[in-house]
Ligand binder design. Structure first.
Ligand code: GBH
Length: 446
């Protein structure tokens, strides 16, 4: 089949994050992070896995950049580890930690690959967590100081910046239900975590711009929400879920408002003043898409997300989505969900929505080299994206999650998202068929 043609200048990339690939957790002065602490607790991460070695990217980054160069990507989205740069979360800067990112950025530039930097992909310095983490307003200001430190060192070479990755997942998984670090089960008491991250995003955006950044966005997780039925109870549950996972993180950033007065009233601090900071206009908006959510009214049964049993009392349930192939993670493969997500954002935010980048898209399959199912997955999603662009949505880039297999959070190394296979005994990298497919897709563009 012919490969789809995208608009001229469309940016093809790959994504990763620090804790998931770097390893070297005790090296060169890195401080402990919430994920070191969380993964050390038996039962929190599948197989007792930790990020101690991960893919050893900290030492093998040149090899990984060479793979990206062979792939032909225009950009690499990676995250800077806050505890590597500021071991105590603030104060003393760890020069050696920053040096690592300096070398990485230079290596990318030497290979013609634009660095796209996430400042926070979930690895909070443990000291910041001990001082209240995202429940504390002060964390937002500490984060802006950290953004300033990184931008001062790397800003001359970084093409795109995004302060945060998926504040929704940190709020819901990290603080509301406890499936991720720091493992809190605060349910609706976790709402301040959303607000403080959004404030951190706004403050960091200003700090980046003060250092000359000209391309700042966010990587938000979005899902099309499918009500399980037309019943008022199911529709009500679906609407609430939609507000909590989609609108609560998009509307403040894009329009300066929380989706409902109730939510605004539930947030801590001078909310109206904060919203003016949170809504600092962005150069682009990043969407991470994996799968839709089917939502029903609570059933009384146990609710499981990504293998984690959720605390009782959630106001919704997630019945299975049948009728689609599933990945080895058990997620349904719904390429049209990507188009639906983009349509939802365009309909909701209209002129407030800047050009979009798909900052993550990918799937977990175990196939070591011949991963035809990943090829089919990516091909389907790229075609759905092509359709969304034909519909009139301004999408400027697509980043595959992920360049190499890596530490998949609570699932440890049991799930593989890479275009490149990693043997966790030898740390050898092997290109999968999907790597060659993606290379050919990029080459086939004008
Ligand atoms: C992203 O999170 C992360 O940014 C990245 O670090 C991670 O490796 C990648 O995705 C792959 O997981 O209960 O079946 O409805 C995405 C996190 C994935 C969380 C889907 C909610 C719901 C699955 N989300 N998940 S299900």
């Amino acid at each position: 089949m012919t490969l789809p043609q995208f608009p001229e200048g469309f940016l093809w990339g790959v994504s990763s994050s620090a804790y998931q690939i770097e390893g070297a957790v005790d090296e060169d002065g890195r401080g402990p992070s919430t994920w070191d602490t969380f993964a050390a607790v038996p039962g929190r991460v599948a197989g007792g896995d930790t990020g101690r070695v991960a893919t050893d990217h900290y030492h093998r980054y040149s090899e990984d950049v060479a793979l990206m160069a062979e792939l032909g990507v225009g950009a690499y989205r990676f995250s800077v580890s806050w505890p590597r740069v500021l071991p105590a979360g603030h104060g003393e800067v760890n020069r050696k930690g920053l040096d690592f990112y300096d070398r990485l950025v230079d290596e990318l530039c030497a290979n013609g690959i634009a660095p796209a930097v996430t400042l926070y992909h979930w690895d909070t310095p443990q000291a910041v967590e001990d001082a209240g983490g995202w429940l504390a307003r002060d964390t937002a200001f500490r984060f802006a100081d950290y953004a300033d430190v990184v931008a001062a060192r790397l800003g001359d070479r970084v093409r795109m910046w995004m302060p945060l990755n998926e504040p929704m997942v940190v709020t819901l998984f990290g603080y509301a239900v406890g499936a991720h670090a720091p493992g809190r089960e605060l349910m609706f008491e976790a709402l301040p975590v959303a607000h403080h991250q959004l404030l951190a995003h706004g403050l960091a955006t200003r700090a980046l711009r003060a250092n000359g950044a000209t391309s700042v966005g966010i990587a938000n997780h979005h899902v099309p929400v499918w009500p399980a039925s037309d019943s008022p109870a199911d529709r009500g549950a679906a609407d609430l879920y939609d507000v909590l996972v989609n609108d609560m993180f998009a509307a403040p950033v894009l329009t300066g408002r929380y989706p409902t007065d109730e939510l605004a009233a539930a947030m801590p601090g001078p909310v109206a003043e904060d919203l003016a900071i949170i809504a600092e206009p962005l150069d682009w908006y990043g969407v991470n898409y994996y799968l839709p959510s089917r939502v029903a009214a609570p059933s009384g049964r146990e609710t499981v997300i990504d293998g984690a049993v959720l605390p009782p009392g959630l106001p919704f349930d997630f019945p299975a989505i049948d009728g689609y192939p599933v990945t080895d993670f058990g997620w349904p493969v719904v390429p049209d969900g990507l188009r639906q997500t983009l349509t939802m954002l365009a309909d909701r935010y209209g002129d407030h929505l800047p050009p979009v980048h798909i900052t993550e898209s990918g799937c977990a399959y175990h196939d070591e080299v011949h991963d035809q199912r990943r090829v089919d997955y990516l091909d389907g999603h790229v075609r759905a994206l092509h359709q969304a662009i034909a519909d009139g949505i301004d999408v400027r880039g697509y980043f595959v999650w992920s360049i190499v297999d890596n530490f998949e959070w609570a699932a440890g190394y049991s799930q593989r998202f890479g275009l490149v296979h990693v043997d966790y005994d030898t740390l050898a990298r092997t290109k999968k068929d999907s790597f060659h497919w993606y290379r050919d897709l990029i080459r086939a563009q004008r």
